[in-house]
Structure formats: C-alpha cells, structure tokens
Design a protein around this ligand. Structure first.
Ligand code: M6R
Length: 611
C-alpha cells in the first residue's frame, strides 16, 4: 500500500525521505516520488517502479532542501506510471501533495475544477484532484493550512494527505481521515509518516494522529488541530521497537527472519500475560466472569492470514468455552446483516491494525452494540484505538508481506483467550487448564529445536518447486492450517494452490487428482489420524504425489506417502503452532527457487488500507 514520509529540519530532506520510503518498501508499491522546495520553487521527481528508479532519476543532484514530502504509490486510480506517481502538483506548480487512500467524489470535484477554474489535469489519479483543489483555494487564501481546511470541506473518502507550498517553505500540512498518519518529534527536525518504521531511525517519540485531525509540522513544532481548528493536546507515544528489529540481520529475506523469530514472538506473547503461577492476566481487558457468562455469541472477523487464525480461534473457543463462534472475512461481514446485540463479543484480528475491511467491520459491530476486542500487533494502530479492549500480539514488526510470526502469535492469543474464558466460565477445570498452559509454554523450545534443521524441507522444495498446482488437505484444525499453508505458497511463489478439508475431497475436488499431482497432507490431529490416513490412501490410489506432515512417532501416514515431514509431538489443539511452520518454510524455499520477490510479492501490499 501507499506510504508517506515528510520532513522539515536541519538535514537534507531528500536523504531522510528516501531512507524513510525504503523502510516502507515492504508495504508493496509500484512507483515512488519526492517533492522538495529549493530556492522558493518546488522540485518534483517521480518514477514508476522501485525506489532505485527514483534514485537513478535524481542521479547526482543533491536536491538540497530542508523540507520535502515523499511517497510510494500502490495504484488504485490509474495505472502505475510516472505521471500517476505522487507527489502531484497543482496547475501553478506551487502546491505539492502526497496521498494515501481514496477520494470518493473525485470525479465530481474534477469536473468542477475543469468547468469553474479551467484546470487541466495531467494524470488519471484522484490525488491530482486534491492538489488542484488545494491550489485553487490557496490562490485566494494564501495560507496552506487554510487551503487544506478549505479542501477538506469538499472531499469525501478515506485518506491521509501531506502538502507543501513553495511560498511557505517552512511547513508541512497533513491530514488524516481513516488512513494512518503519525508525526515524529525530533530536535530541530520534525516528521510526518504513514507508518512508524519509516521514522524509527530518526525518532522514537511520536504523535498518533486521529481521524479528522490536521497537523502543522515545522522544524520546531508539531501542532495538531481538530475539525473546528481548535488546537488539540496529544500525549507523546514512545515507540519501543528499535530500528534493528525492522532490519534483516543477516537473513536473506525478512520472511525467513520472521519465521525464525516465531519462538520469541510466542514466548513474548505468552509471557506478557502469564503470571509465574501460570495464571493468564487479561489486565485492561474487560472480560470478567459475569460478562463471559452473558455472552451468547462471538464473531471473529479478519482478513487473509488473520482470518485463518480466527478459524483456529473458533475451534478452541467453542471447545473450551462452549460459546458459539462465527468466523467471517471482514469484507463479507461488513456487507451482510450479522445478528449482533449487547451480548455479542466481536473479536477483530489484524497484524497491522490498519486493514480497512477489518476496521469497517469493527465499526459496524460496535454501532450495533457489540463489545469489541481486538488482537493486534501494531500498537496504537487504528483497529487497536477503536476497540474497547486490545490483546496485543508481541510478534515485533512484521515486514514481509507474507504473514508468519503474526499468525502464530495470533494463535497464541486465541488459546489464551479460550483458556481464560473457559476457566472463568467453569467449562474447563484447573487441572486441564494447567496442563494446557504447560503445553503452550513448551512450544517455543520445541519450535526452536525444529528450526535447527530445515534442510529436508529445503531439499523437498528444490525438487518440487516447478509444480503448476498444489493441494493442501487436512481435517479439523489441520484443515485450518491447510488454508494458511496454501495462502502462503500462492502469495509468494505464484503457484496455483488450493486447500480443502480432506473429508470434502470426494465431493468434487478428487476429480483433479492425477498421476503426479502434489498434495500436502496434514495429519497432526491424533483423533482424526486414521481418517486422514484413509484420505491419503484415496488420493494415492489416483496417483497423487503426497507430502505428509505428521507428529513424530505417527509413521503410518509416512508409509502411505511419498514424503514426510515430522513435527515434534504436541497436544492436538495447539499443533497448528508447529504444523504451520514447515508449510511457511516450504513456501519460502519454493518461492526462492522460482526466483520470486519473496518479501514483496507482485500485486500485494503489507497493509491493505483500501477496500
Ligand atoms: O494486517 P492484517 O493482519 O489485518 O492483514 C490481513 C491480511 O491482509 C494479511 O494477513 C494477508 O493475507 C497476508 N499477505 C498473508 O500473508
């Protein structure tokens, strides 16, 4: 998705902005650009493709300036091209803006600007409409802050915008409406950005900008104003990550680094809320016994990988807490008429906390009276801020587009939530709870051990990387993990992969089994193991090439399969914490073998802030 970086201060703006944009590259983008003010004039450079193209375009020009804005664009209105790239300027060339999000009434505004002000447009973007609109108002007001406020009255949509004016070379004016925006507080330098990692190298103290707020950034101050232009006081937010956490630290790709960070993420997520006596502490989350007892239904709503974590959540919450749980993808949930009342708990799961569909579903549920609990990784993100309660995953920054450690830490939160509610409600007893907690505590070490030797998976990937299609099958929780394994493979290797509950195969999909068809079969649920062995036999009988994943000691499925990967022995309910890892690694090694852009797969973005 698009990224914004703005800087005003003592250093050369171009260098700070390019560095910040590089740190946002992981979000996915197709063009990049920068605008600075030099000698009272705007200098705009933009180019389709990666930041290296932009750097090549700038060449040896230092673009010496103390103020500027930059952008990485992920095309929505108009194809990726030099002309559609941001920043966009107004007709007079005095205003430049960058923009994330969508202006819904841009066609109408565009027409008005053409008819009433004779504006001629260069690009197909909704963003140029904002630049032209601010430009027209600026002519009259001669004040950038006034002009931005004037434009806000006319625009509809979800956006974050940063603007500069050649005649006011000391300020950036930025605005947030339903798209993330932060301001970084430096010494003699201040910043604006769409995401924290862009600024981590420079600042740890930030202001989280709220919806409908306008920010005036100069080298000495950051002022925040509300819709009525009253100045707003904001607490400083201290970022606890360091810049290194967002670097590769010797790994070839962020994805691989993040796979290896899972033991730590799991230990941290568990450790943050587990007392030495083994009691889960949901401090700050209003889920007392009486409230849990009143709950008649739980919705878990999320997108992509987070949705897959929700599928596991449903299974364990229903099993341990005996409350019906519905899991839905946010883009569907928000457009149906879910049955929600004050006895409904709505759980939103999101790594970024900025996924627009999840946010919209959350708002819908809240408006209908549900209590909203979110499971989020990015502290201070929109989902976290709009929820009644937040259960943070402690995965640390996840940079690769393909989600790995966010998924396993989300699962950890699901288990803890289920255990906590089950014990409070009395649907599980203390002995069961204690054994479960002990098993959860053992996972980080088991995973560390497993990750010590991944050569077998790498070898398999090197042999199987050129398959045109792959099927993932499993039963119960293994089916949920199959969906995640399949998504991982398709998003980074571009192989057509498909996941299905193994029992469903013979209702249609088995028709696709041919000699050599690659099927990855998960058999990590002891109570469904024999059924799974039968499913494997059925597809083997049709010639499929089966790679099974099973717990150590369960050899029967290995005997029926062509290849086998063993995971450490583990309780069925929490097997997904381990069984997903070989699937993540398989996807990774296959994608590497195919020469894919693993951390930034084509057409995808890390944080999907558009519908
Ligand atoms: O930030 P979120 O967890 O809300 O993101 C949800 C999905 O966009 C995300 O999980 C996506 O499916 C990943 N690319 C999967 O690897």
């Amino acid at each position: 998705m698009c990224g914004i970086v703005g800087y005003v201060g003592n250093n050369n703006a171009k260098d700070v902005i390019i560095d910040g944009l590089k740190r946002l590259e992981y979000r996915g983008y197709d063009s990049a650009g920068i605008a600075v003010i030099r000698d009272g004039k705007l200098q705009v450079r933009k180019h389709v493709g990666g930041i290296e193209n932009l750097e090549a375009l700038i060449g040896t020009d230092k673009l010496e300036s103390h103020i500027g804005i930059g952008h990485t664009r992920w095309a929505t209105h108009g194809a990726p091209s030099d002309v559609n790239a941001h920043p966009h300027t107004d007709q007079s060339g005095e205003i430049a803006i960058v923009h994330n999000g969508i202006i819904e009434n841009y066609q109408e505004l565009r027409q008005e600007l053409i008819e009433n002000y004779g504006v001629s447009f260069r690009s197909e973007t909704d963003t140029e409409v904002i630049a032209q609109l601010i430009g027209v108002i600026y002519k009259e007001k001669k004040d950038l802050l006034d002009a931005v406020y004037g434009a806000l009255e006319k625009m509809r949509g979800a956006y974050a915008i940063a603007a500069i004016a050649a005649d006011e070379p000391d300020k950036i004016v930025a605005v947030r409406k339903d798209a993330p925006l932060i301001a970084g507080l430096g010494k003699g330098s201040n910043f604006i950005a769409s995401d924290i990692p862009a600024l981590l190298k420079y600042v740890k103290e930030i202001y989280l900008i709220e919806n409908n707020e306008v920010v005036l950034v100069t080298a000495d101050a950051v002022k925040i104003f509300d819709e009525q232009r009253n100045e707003v006081k904001r607490d400083v937010f201290h970022v606890t990550w360091d810049a290194d956490a967002a670097e590769k630290e010797g790994y070839e790709h962020f994805m691989l680094k993040e796979i290896y960070e899972q033991p730590k993420g799991l230990a941290d997520t568990l450790g943050r809320r587990l007392s030495p006596e083994g009691k889960i502490d949901l401090e700050g989350i209003a889920l007392r016994k009486e409230e849990i007892e009143k709950l008649s239904k739980i919705y878990i709503v999320a997108c992509g990988t987070a949705y897959h974590a929700g599928l596991v959540g449903k299974y364990v919450i229903e099993k341990l807490v005996k409350i019906p749980v519905e899991v839905d993808v946010a883009s569907e949930f928000r457009y149906r008429e879910p049955l929600i009342d004050e006895n409904t708990l709505f759980v939103a799961i999101s790594q970024s906390g900025e996924t627009l569909d999840t946010l919209a579903a959350l708002r819908e549920a809240k408006a209908k009276g549900a209590r909203v609990l979110s499971v989020v990784n990015v502290v201070g993100s929109s989902v976290a801020r709009e929820s009644d309660d937040v259960f943070y995953t402690w995965a640390g920054p996840e940079i690769a587009v393909a989600s790995t450690k966010a998924y396993t830490t989300q699962l950890m939160c699901m288990y803890m939530l289920a255990l906590y509610m089950g014990l409070e409600k009395g649907t599980i007893d203390r002995a069961y709870y204690d054994r479960f907690i002990a098993d959860l505590k053992a996972v980080p070490d088991k995973l560390t051990e497993f990750l010590k030797d991944t050569e077998h998976i790498e070898r398999l990937a090197c042999r199987l990387y050129n398959k045109e299609q792959v099927f993932f099958i499993g039963r119960g929780l293994d089916a949920a993990v199959s969906y995640e394994g399949s998504l991982k493979l398709k998003e980074i290797s571009y192989i057509n992969s498909f996941a299905i509950a193994a029992g469903e195969l013979k209702h249609g999909t088995i028709a696709l089994m041919e000699p050599g068809t690659l099927v990855i079969a998960l058999a990590c649920q002891d109570f469904l193991y024999e059924k799974m062995v039968s499913n494997v036999q059925e597809i083997k009988a049709r010639g499929a090439y089966v790679l099974a994943v099973a717990k150590e000691g369960n050899e029967a499925v290995g005997e029926q399969s062509d290849e086998i990967i063993y995971i450490p022995k583990i309780r069925d309910e929490i097997a997904p914490l381990l069984s997903v890892v070989p699937l993540q690694l398989f996807a990774y090694f296959v994608a590497r073998e195919r020469g894919c852009n693993i951390d930034k797969p084509k057409n995808l973005a890390k944080s999907v802030t558009v519908e």
